[in-house]
Design a binder for this molecule. Structure first.
Ligand SMILES: NC(=O)c1ccc[n+]([C@@H]2O[C@H](COP(=O)([O-])OP(=O)(O)OC[C@H]3O[C@@H](n4cnc5c(N)ncnc54)[C@H](OP(=O)(O)O)[C@@H]3O)[C@@H](O)[C@H]2O)c1
Length: 125
C-alpha cells in the first residue's frame, strides 16, 4: 500500500504482511515493512509469499499506487458503493476490453450498510 493509505489506518492491518511504499529513505512503519518502490514491494511480497505458502499479492491502494499497478494486475477485487460522495482520490478507469467480470454479487443496504454495494471480480482477458 502507499504511505498515505497506511497513514490513514490506526494500525497495520491484522492477519497479513503489510508492506508500505514510500520514497522517503529509511522510513519505518509500525507493524509494516517499508519499500522504496512498487518493484521493491512486489519483490518483498513474493519472497514472503514463497516462504509462507501464499501465492497471491494484494495491492490495496491508494489512488497513486493503483494507477501505477493496474497494468500488472491479473485480477481486480472491486466493491462499488452505490453512492456519490465527494472525494479527491480515484481508482483508475477499468477498460472492459482488457478486463472481464468473472463474479458479481449485489449486497443490499441493511443495518450495517447504508448503501447497496456491488462486489465484482475482474479477470484480465
Ligand atoms: N476505497 C479504497 O479501496 C481505498 C483503498 C486505499 C486507499 N484509499 C484512500 O486513498 C487515499 C490515499 O491515496 P493516495 O493516492 O492519495 O495515496 P497512496 O497511493 O496511498 O500513497 C501515495 C504515497 O505512496 C508513495 N509512493 C507512491 N508511488 C511510489 C513509488 N513509485 N515509489 C515509492 N513511493 C511511492 C509516496 O509516499 P511518500 O510521500 O512517503 O514518498 C506517495 O506520497 C486515502 O484517502 C485512502 O483512504 C481508498
Amino acid at each position: 500500500m502507499g504511505r498515505k493509505t497506511f497513514d490513514g489506518f490506526p494500525r497495520a492491518l491484522p492477519g497479513r504482511h503489510n508492506i508500505v511504499i514510500s520514497r522517503t529513505p529509511d522510513r519505518q512503519f509500525d507493524g509494516a515493512t517499508a519499500a522504496n518502490s512498487l518493484d521493491d514491494a512486489l519483490e518483498i511480497a513474493r519472497k514472503w509469499g514463497a516462504e509462507n505458502g501464499s501465492r497471491e499479492v494484494f495491492i490495496l491502494g491508494g489512488g497513486e499506487i493503483y494507477r501505477q499497478s493496474i497494468s500488472i494486475a491479473d485480477r481486480l477485487y472491486v466493491t462499488e458503493v452505490m453512492a456519490s460522495p465527494h472525494g479527491d482520490t480515484r481508482f483508475p478507469a477499468i477498460d472492459l476490453d482488457l478486463w472481464a467480470i468473472i463474479h458479481e454479487i449485489q449486497i443490499p443496504a441493511g443495518p450495517k450498510d447504508s448503501f447497496i454495494t456491488l462486489y465484482k471480480i475482474y479477470h484480465r482477458r
